[in-house]
Structure formats: structure tokens, C-alpha cells
Unconditional design. Structure first.
Length: 218
């Protein structure tokens, strides 16, 4: 199945580079391009893409507001934020708004394409090398009171898994830490997604901090 992608960035050169890489692959296609957040919302509703690659800083409606509007629709495309390191303060808000990934613009275009595939398949992705840093900084800015998240129905083992997800561990790392198989760790994560109504792993990280399972970085 071909992954339908909308590019949202106010810099034509960035859109052109992404378009060129995506056009050269058999499993993805650019179905629309937007230079503003408002255009991105309109195209997402009209074209129903699988993934929106979203810049944060755009004229008029920014990428955060656009992400919020796009991810509350049905069916909701998955949004991947493309940003620079100095946009960190905005990235936390974008993740809260429903983004499923966070990539930096200086990544290789081929790596960004690989991330599109990961997110389209239903997983979440944060750029390698910044995952724990981002999660730690993000956690220090929770808008809700720690411990306010209801974990009703979550088992003791699942709470352990959720805690480790909140610390930024992969399924393989969780399996090693808890002395279980990677398949069992993956099953626990899938169960948590269902029980907590979370769209992806990023939302599980948010849930872990909101429930007070992981202390904010200091």
C-alpha cells in the first residue's frame, strides 16, 4: 500500500528535497504541499493522507495549532514534526497536540523517509540521539498535576512497562530490564495503548508522566 504524504513547510526548498526523495520510492507518494498551517489543515481534510510532515514555524496558523486540528479529525492522519533544536519549547506543545513523531531537519532525507514508514505503520518515532533528552525536558513541563492520570484497569506489570516507556526505553530494552521476551514487552505496550486510548508510544510517555510514574528531569 502506498503511503500518502502531505508536506507542510513554508520553505519551498525543504519541500522540494522531501518531494524528490519520496517520489523516488515505490511505497510513498506526495499528494499535497502546504506553505502554511491553515493550508495543511485544509489539505489533510480534503486529501486524507496517511502522514503529514509538519514544520512548526509557519506564517499565520503555526504547526502546533495545525497539528491539534488535524489529529482531532476522523480518520486522523499521523503528524510528524520537522523542526530544529532551537524549537524544543514548541515541540513539547506539538506532542501534546497529537504529533506522533519528532525529527530534526538536519537528518538525512532518507532517514526522514524511513521515519515516515515507521509512523505510517502505527508506531511513534523521535529522532535518534534526542529521545531521552526530549522526553526529560518535555516531562519538566507537564500541564497537569502529576498523578492525575487514571490508570484504572492497568495491571501491575503494565505499570512497570509504562514506567519504562516513560523513561524512553525501547521494547528490547524493556524486555531486558524486566527479564521478559521482546514479544511479551511488545504485547504489554499494545495492551497499554488500548487501555489508555493512546494513539502511539509518544502518548504513552505523556501518560507515564501524567500518572506520576516517572519523575520530571531536573
Amino acid at each position: 500500500m502506498t503511503i500518502r504524504v502531505v508536506l507542510a513547510d513554508d520553505q519551498p526548498l525543504i519541500r522540494a528535497g522531501l518531494r524528490t526523495v519520496i517520489a523516488g520510492t515505490p511505497d510513498a507518494d506526495v499528494v499535497g504541499e502546504a506553505g502554511t498551517g491553515a493550508q495543511a489543515v485544509r489539505l489533510a481534510r480534503e486529501l486524507r493522507p496517511d502522514v503529514v510532515l509538519m514544520d512548526i514555524r509557519m506564517p499565520g496558523m503555526d504547526g502546533i495549532e495545525a497539528t491539534q486540528m488535524i489529529t482531532t479529525g476522523e480518520p486522523a492522519p499521523r503528524v510528524v514534526i520537522l523542526t530544529t533544536f532551537d524549537d524544543d519549547d514548541n515541540v513539547y506543545a506539538a506532542l501534546r497536540a497529537g504529533a506522533s513523531g519528532f525529527l530534526v531537519k538536519d537528518m538525512a532525507l532518507e532517514d526522514i523517509l524511513a521515519a515516515v514508514r515507521v509512523v505510517a505503520a502505527g508506531d511513534a518515532l523521535i529522532a535518534p540521539g534526542v529521545t531521552r533528552r526530549l522526553i526529560g525536558e518535555f516531562a519538566a513541563r507537564p500541564p497537569s498535576t502529576p498523578g492525575s492520570r487514571d490508570l484504572g484497569g492497568v495491571t501491575g506489570r503494565e505499570r512497570e512497562v509504562l514506567t519504562l516507556v516513560g523513561r524512553g526505553l525501547s521494547n528490547a530494552e524493556i524486555a531486558a530490564h524486566l527479564h521478559i521476551s521482546p514479544g511479551t514487552a511488545k504485547a504489554h505496550v499494545a495492551s497499554l495503548l488500548a487501555k489508555l486510548g493512546a494513539r502511539d508510544r509518544v502518548q504513552l510517555v505523556i501518560a507515564a508522566y501524567d500518572a506520576g510514574l516517572v519523575a520530571p528531569a531536573r
